[in-house]
Design a protein around this ligand. Sequence first.
Ligand code: FES
Length: 136
Amino acid sequence: MVRNDPPLYYERHIFVCTNERPEGHPRGCCEAGGATKLRNYMKARAKEMGLKGVRVNNSGCLDRCELGPTLVIYPEGVWYGYRSTDDIDEILTTHVAEGGRVDRLMLKPGDDEIAKADIAERRAAEKAARAAASGG
Ligand code: FES
């Protein structure tokens, strides 16, 4: 925070990407991984856990689509890729309630480039397999 900034509205403001793209889109989307359902779970679970000063919002694309579903927690600016209600529970307990970090789910700059390279490699292998299967 910069001096003279007003106090934060929330201790933790969590943005959960729930963007949806058509099936087969080259970047995929978080909704394909169940983002809305998991965001709703996270919101309900945070309330159930009695976490104060926490807001869980839907967001549009956060531009980490290949790593999705994704979310980011401010003011820390820590990003996570998650897959399940267990992942959400761990993020809420370890990060939000205890102030720690869930290393196994944390996204870091450069991860998306690795994911894009993995996807490109997989697509090339699939294309080669299709060509081989069709005799080409
Ligand atoms: S669709 Fe979720 S980060 Fe892009």
